[in-house]
Write a protein that binds this ligand. Structure first.
Ligand SMILES: Cc1ncc(COP(=O)(O)O)c(C=O)c1O
Length: 411
């Protein structure tokens, strides 16, 4: 037996290996507003959260109970990496149409849309690779890809001089949220969708269409998905084009479900499946089985009209309060759907990182534009969520935001 080594005194303990360097690039402001969400009395208009009152609790509980007792193998075993065949088939059927032929091989079930973003980064990005991203860009996507230290070419489809071929050429992929973008709540119009799809076919660049809000149209007729426009360019066979479409049940049913999906060419689905094996091996079988049964029971058709009514009313309440209290300082457009209003300060000297500090003092939280800029430079806008709070709370939140804006002391 060897003599016992004396224990090192605390000050002599060996230093631990440092955390990976990409963690140093995470954003202070993000941490600040995530923490602020938990402060009592604070009105949180920062997140992208659904109204929990809209969750179909009773029906989901019944479906879940039945799923475990009737399908114990599917619900409780490890399901296939790609997802339960029944769910892949339902999703292929849901998104197929005259222009887009889909089969199970075109579908990967993911643990929320967030995992789809992570997997896309894993299969397409080497260190420092170039991403063409619609600007401003969803914060979660920037976070998902940060470990690869990508570089960004930002593009704005809203601009008259937008050149889709120049935007996409040479990038590993282009990232867009064409329906009610997070953060701006705006739509990419049909002409721009067609141009982006043409550019993807011409350049070969993968075009990622991230679509969590596509079911949340409060007014007007939904625009065609870009993957459908891309499918129209192909005849006969199942889809094999450059579009990578992402969806999720987070905003239509409930985020705790963690069911998302990717629809893409079979070779892309194959690559993402390899990446998923090393991430979580599979998405919860129980959630997937419940999703299949919920779809078959027509749950979406029943709940969606209720959700749309609640959110339409809240959007109107928010915009009315903004008209009354914020129009002196900000410009915005009333969104046709989604969850957000994007307001841009009239005065270019506005710093919305500073406004966030004042807003927190006044008891309200909104998201500043810097977190949606991969370069961290845009300080002129804010994203305001209208789905989580009642109309009264939205109005009170906007009054507090006006107090905070006044305190900044700009014209
Ligand atoms: C644009 C966008 N993509 C992806 C996601 C991720 O959604 P989830 O992981 O809840 O499916 C969100 C969530 O807010 C989003 O806004």
């Amino acid at each position: 037996m060897t003599a016992q080594q004396p224990k090192p005194r605390p000050e002599e303990a060996p230093s631990r290996p440092a955390f990976a360097t990409w963690l140093g690039g995470t954003n202070e402001i993000t941490r600040m507003f995530l923490a602020a969400g938990k402060v009592p009395g604070l009105i949180n208009m920062a997140g992208g959260l659904p109204e929990p009152e809209t969750y179909p609790v009773k029906e989901l509980a019944e479906i879940a109970e039945r799923a475990v007792s009737k399908y114990p193998q599917e619900s409780l075993n490890y399901p296939p990496i790609e997802g339960l065949p029944d769910l892949r088939d339902r999703l292929a059927a849901r998104f197929s149409n005259a222009d887009l032929r889909l089969s199970r091989e075109n579908v990967l079930v993911t643990s929320g849309g967030m995992q789809a973003l992570d997997l896309i980064g894993k299969v397409l990005l080497n260190e420092g690779a170039l991403i063409a991203a619609q600007s401003p860009t969803y914060l979660g996507a920037v976070d998902a890809w940060r470990p690869r230290r990508p570089s960004y070419r930002l593009f704005s489809p809203d601009r008259n001089d937008f050149d889709p071929v120049a935007a996409l050429t040479g990038a590993q992929f282009a990232y867009t949220v064409p329906n009610f973008s997070n953060p701006t709540g705006r739509l990419v119009g049909l002409a721009r969708r067609l141009e982006l799809v043409d550019a993807a076919h011409q350049t070969g660049t993968w075009l990622v269409e991230d679509d969590p809000y596509g079911a949340l149209y409060y007014d007007g007729t939904p625009l065609p998905r870009m993957i459908t426009l891309s499918g129209a360019k192909q005849s006969g066979e199942i889809y094999s084009g450059p579009l990578v479409y992402m969806g999720t049940f987070s905003k239509e049913i409930a985020p705790g479900f963690r069911i998302g999906w990717v629809i893409a060419s079979p070779d892309m689905i194959g690559a993402l499946t390899i990446a998923k094996q090393g991430s979580d091996m599979c998405t919860s079988g129980l959630s997937q089985r419940v999703a299949v049964d919920a779809l078959d029971a027509g749950l979406l058709e029943r709940t969606l009209p209720v959700i749309l009514d609640v959110y339409r009313h809240r959007r109107d309440a928010l915009c009315a309060a903004m008209d009354e209290h914020l129009s002196e300082w900000f410009d915005w457009e009333k969104p046709v759907g989604g969850m957000f209003v994007w307001a841009t300060a009239k005065n270019p000297a506005m710093d919305t990182d500073k406004l966030l500090s004042e807003a927190l003092k006044a008891g309200v939280c909104v998201s500043p534009s810097s977190v949606f800029d991969p370069h961290g430079e845009d300080r002129r806008s804010i994203r305001i969520n209208f789905t989580l709070n009642t109309p009264d709370k939205l109005a009170e939140g906007i009054r507090r935001l006006a107090t905070a804006t006044q305190a900044i002391g700009l014209d």
